[in-house]
Design a binder for this molecule. Structure first.
Ligand SMILES: NC(=O)c1ccc[n+]([C@@H]2O[C@H](COP(=O)([O-])OP(=O)(O)OC[C@H]3O[C@@H](n4cnc5c(N)ncnc54)[C@H](O)[C@@H]3O)[C@@H](O)[C@H]2O)c1
Ligand SMILES: [Zn+2]
Ligand SMILES: [Zn+2]
Length: 359
């Protein structure tokens, strides 16, 4: 099968003929229908985070089950599924306390460097977060897939596996936004737009969208933003404090920089909560005004929207089919696998929204 392989950071991915194993007892082999490009993949292409190489990136996808291992009863060949990198074991402390996205049990989450599912010219190919979706087929643990309704289009379903699960989960699970509360979304890419749509679904009173690109701000309004701030030549924290006469209840940072994460905290009202979703470069340290914490202001991290994806994704599918989750607006470009580097160039230039590869 064909897969896009990263051989060295900073180099383009190359399309290679790759061997993939047969499913082990609890594994599922998926024929990839659609995969989305996420900025987190780009961080690894650019070498911002180390990872054993050669590597098949990609972690946002939907497809059809091709074969299952001996002990798998949850899905069977022909089922449509969405993949998620939050592979859960179901019996660790995190899983049993309702936080399966924190699961790191090695039995389901092979640590980086312990790959065994793909090879190329006899050499092990590393699997990215136990998924590796930039490939015609994907071999995963059964706890990396969720079955979805057959009437859900797979191109839009793919986005649910990372961007939309992360953005909506930041609102529903991490921030726990209550109806009427105000929220600022810092960065309106795939993740930020999903957070805006999630905030609208959760009944936010004011939704302030912040980005440097006017086209993204226009789309943010379509998805539910009530106000927008153009971040070019503006101190975004000052702008939000002015607009709200004292700050927002929630700020959701969806970019991944020191400056914007600090600004997310600085724009909070007393008792406000900043949720940092964006992934800044390795080693980044944040500086916060400590005295602001005297007014109960808080800041927290967020991994994959603290999801319970086997519950969340079918619910997001229902929201889409009811017309309440506007996935159609989030796809800007459709590519083939050989065009993948073009997609990442567009992502670097900042012009694209979610880009998908159809197989
Ligand atoms: N925590 C998690 O589990 C998780 C999951 C998925 C993605 N992420 C991270 O979330 C971030 C967003 O991912 P994405 O795929 O939506 O990226 P994206 O590139 O689609 O979106 C980023 C947006 O930020 C805007 N932007 C950039 N610099 C800005 C600035 N200074 N001020 C205002 N706006 C600015 C861009 O115009 C763009 O619209 C990335 O860092 C990604 O790695 C984290
Ligand atoms: Zn992602
Ligand atoms: Zn677990």
């Amino acid at each position: 099968m064909k897969a896009a392989v990263l051989h060295a950071p900073g180099e383009p991915l190359t399309i290679e003929d790759v061997e993939i194993a047969f499913p082990g007892p609890r594994e599922v082999l998926v024929r990839t229908s659609v995969t989305g490009l996420c900025r987190s993949d780009l961080h690894f292409i650019d070498g911002a985070f180390p990872h054993p190489l050669p590597l098949v990136l990609g972690h946002e996808a939907a497809g059809i089950v091709k074969a299952v291992g001996r002990d798998v009863t949850y899905v069977r060949a022909g089922d449509p599924v969405v993949l998620c990198l939050s592979v859960f074991c179901g019996h660790c402390r995190h899983c049993l306390t309702g936080h399966p996205a924190m699961c790191d049990t090695p039995e389901v989450n092979l640590p980086p460097g312990v790959s065994r599912r793909m090879s190329w010219h006899g050499e092990t190919l590393h699997q990215f977060y136990n998924t590796s979706t930039f490939a015609e087929q994907i071999l995963v643990h059964e706890h990396a897939v969720v079955k979805i309704r057959p009437d859900m289009p797979l191109d839009r379903a793919a986005l649910l596996g990372c961007a939309v699960l992360t953005g909506t989960g930041a609102i529903f699970h991490c921030a726990g936004l209550r109806p009427g509360e105000s929220v600022a979304i810092v960065g309106c890419g795939g993740v930020g737009l999903a957070a805006i749509n999630g905030a609208a679904l959760a009944g936010a009173g004011r939704i302030i969208a912040i980005d440097t690109q006017p086209s993204k701000l226009a789309l943010a309004r379509t998805l539910g933003a009530t106000e927008t701030v153009d971040a070019r030549d503006t101190d975004i924290a000052e702008a939000v404090l002015d607009l709200t006469h004292g700050g927002v209840d929630h700020a959701i940072e969806c970019i991944g920089s020191k400056r914007t994460a600090e600004a997310a905290f600085a724009m909070l009202a007393p008792r406000g909560l900043a949720t940092i979703v964006g992934i800044p470069p390795w080693g980044t340290k944040l500086e916060l005004d400590a005295i602001s914490m005297l007014a109960d202001r808080r800041i927290q991290g967020s991994r994959m929207g603290s999801n319970r994806f086997r519950l969340d994704i079918p619910q997001l599918v229902d929201f889409y089919l009811q017309g309440r989750l506007k996935l159609d607006h989030m796809i800007s470009d459709r590519l083939t696998l050989p065009e993948i580097n073009l997609g990442f160039e567009r992502m670097r230039a900042g012009t694209a929204l979610r880009q998908i590869i159809a197989f």
